[in-house]
Design a binder for this molecule. Structure first.
Ligand SMILES: Nc1ncnc2c1ncn2[C@@H]1O[C@H](COP(=O)(O)OP(=O)(O)OP(=O)(O)O)[C@@H](O)[C@H]1O
Ligand SMILES: [Mg+2]
Length: 282
């Protein structure tokens, strides 16, 4: 697998999942100086209360912007080069994958299907999967390229952060066609697991994901304009992850805006035979 030179953790960053993001010292100093200057300048004026209040309200947002500057930026390098090539008319994404990979998929049962991808066991190697993206364009346009970028970006980011993630082969030419070759990690979706140890490990993973969820949401939204919305079972024994966004979330729907999409019923987290948990999608 080709290793991206830019994909390394920033110096001093720990490799454990969920650590708080480091902040680039350069940005840190600039923001502290700007905030210090504004606060000291405004503190004497009569309108200082409302302006200072606004500034303070903006601080979490600034914090998120700073956070995404760090490891997410390192992971962005590969993803940003992706240029999705839509299928020629008459050929489906699955037929194109068969032609490009030289395998037969249609007529065999996919091992899974999510909202955007159909997943087949690789006919030449059962330790691998072939995931084929098929997203219907909306009236705003075709979000496929953005969705592929997000997937590659987050795969690299989560890996660098030390999360256990199904490995994705480094195949930019296939990503451009909406095809991913990934490691097969069979297991039970966390929401359906009856293993006490598996559920315990799942809860730990979700609390680690919760720590990075907001920065990831802001990064994906700011850079790709994508918003992930999911109805998470927030009453469950699992810690809630995701940010409630009052502007876009229907009141009472239970929907949450997410950075990392753990899937309905936590199906993007597999509990493996040894009770370890792995992210198979995000
Ligand atoms: N690495 C894997 N190992 C084993 N099974 C997998 C793996 N990846 C995906 N699957 C199976 O395929 C299904 C769909 O895959 P995946 O979640 O990647 O698709 P998606 O369309 O991106 O999903 P979503 O609707 O969550 O966005 C999974 O729910 C799971 O059953
Ligand atoms: Mg999924």
């Amino acid at each position: 697998m080709k290793k991206s030179a830019s994909l390394r953790a920033p110096s001093g960053a720990k490799q454990t999942p969920g650590d708080c993001f480091g902040v680039r010292p350069r940005n840190d100093v600039v923001w502290i100086l700007v905030a210090g200057f504004l606060i000291s300048t405004l503190a004497s004026g009569s309108t200082c209360v409302s302006i200072t209040t606004r500034l303070l309200r903006a601080l979490p947002f600034i914090g998120h912007r700073l956070a995404v500057d760090d490891v997410l930026d390192l992971s962005w390098e590969t993803a940003r080069r992706i240029r999705y090539e839509p299928c020629q008319s008459g050929e489906s994404p699955i037929a194109r994958a068969e032609r490009i990979l030289g395998v037969k998929l249609q007529g065999t049962k996919p091992i899974g299907k999510g909202g955007t991808r159909t997943v087949y066991l690789h006919p030449n190697d059962p330790s691998k999967l072939i995931k084929i993206v098929e997203i219907k364009p909306t009236k705003e346009g075709d979000p496929t390229e953005k969705a592929i970028k997000r997937q590659v970006w987050l795969n690299k980011f989560l890996t660098v952060r030390g999360f256990k993630v199904a490995k994705m082969e480094e195949t930019p030419e296939l990503w451009n066609l909406g095809i991913f070759i990934e490691e097969n990690r069979p297991g039970t979706p966390l929401g359906k697991s009856t293993s006490a140890q598996g559920i315990e490990n799942g809860k730990k993973l979700i609390s680690e994901l919760a720590k990075i969820d907001d920065p990831v949401y802001y990064a994906v939204f700011n850079r790709l304009g994508l918003t992930m919305l999911s109805a998470l079972p927030v009453q469950s024994p699992y810690p809630k992850i995701g940010t409630l966004n009052p502007k876009t979330v229907q009141k009472g729907s239970g929907n949450h805006i997410l950075g990392i999409d753990v899937g309905k019923n936590f199906e993007n987290i597999h509990v493996e035979a040894n009770d370890e948990v792995v992210l198979i999608d995000y």
